[in-house]
Design a protein around this ligand. Structure first.
Ligand code: ADP
Ligand code: ADP
Length: 231
């Protein structure tokens, strides 16, 4: 049962860079899927396509079996279902306090006040940053910022959480904490998690399925066990 799909997706940047060459992948509902690849593999470009920020030159992106609708209304709808967490948390946090940052998404969805407050609290608890709620976002550590960015997206109750390099720049304990909280969110909320990573070590530990990209192309896919046992 796939929730998000790329079908023969090609993307070319305006300078002529072929960032994605015929990418076909299916993200299974309720699983953790890794998109593994080195720098320049095309992972970020693909994730921007998943979220509708970039539109493939050819091919299509499907959410819940339907090709995504690039109208304003369609994009608003898609972004309420597919939440994206960027690699650099500073690109996602801009309010005066952690609480305000995390409430931005649900407020924007025009939810009732109590619903916003409840979602923000739950998201902060889930990411272990409740005690930081009144701090200015810029005063947080890098790992705390990563958590705050994740909390902000979780507060919008997406069906799919797409994260670009969620563990980059963290020490080993930070890596396992982030991956554990993602696994818990997936298990408790039934969401699907997709991570782009260059960190091969986390894939067999935390992911159910992996796609491997290199220079814009898909070069392997399967369970981590299958992918890493065949060289
Ligand atoms: P096999 O190990 O028999 O070759 P697969 O590698 O196709 O089988 O799938 C093994 C497991 O991975 C199955 O439980 C299947 O549901 C799951 N799976 C298959 N495709 C995906 C996917 N795109 N995302 C997440 N899980 C998947
Ligand atoms: P990854 O996330 O796997 O590192 P990217 O999707 O960022 O890969 O990049 C894929 C390719 O597209 C690379 O060759 C990169 O240099 C190029 N690229 C990324 N962003 C742009 C851009 N805004 N303009 C031109 N080329 C880009």
């Amino acid at each position: 049962q796939s929730i998000l799909e790329a079908r023969d997706v090609n993307y070319i940047y305006s300078d002529g860079t072929h960032a994605l060459n015929g990418i076909t992948m299916a993200i299974e509902k309720g699983k953790t899927t890794a998109v593994l690849g080195g720098n320049g593999a095309g992972k970020s470009t693909l994730f921007l396509c998943f979220n509708g920020i970039l539109k493939p030159r050819t091919g299509s992106i499907l959410f819940d079996k339907s090709p995504i609708d690039y109208s304003r209304k369609g994009m608003k709808e898609l972004r309420s279902h597919v939440g994206i967490v960027f690699q650099d948390p500073d690109s996602q946090l801009f309010s005066a306090s952690v609480y305000q940052d995390i409430s931005f998404g649900p407020l924007n969805m025009k939810l009732p006040q109590e619903e916003v407050a409840a979602r923000v609290k739950t998201a902060m608890e889930r990411t272990g940053i409740l005690h930081l709620k009144d701090k200015p976002t810029h005063s947080l550590s890098f790992g705390q910022k990563k958590r705050a960015a994740i909390a902000g997206v979780l507060a919008m109750s997406p069906q799919v959480l797409v994260l670009d390099e969620p563990t980059a720049g963290l020490d080993p304990s930070g890596v396992s904490e982030i991956m554990k909280l993602l696994k818990e969110a997936q298990r408790d909320l039934g969401i699907s998690v997709v991570i782009a990573t260059h960190d091969i070590d986390i894939v067999p530990l935390y992911c159910d399925y992996t796609y491997v990209m290199d220079q814009g192309s898909l070069v392997a896919e399967g369970t981590p066990h299958n992918v890493f046992s065949q060289k």
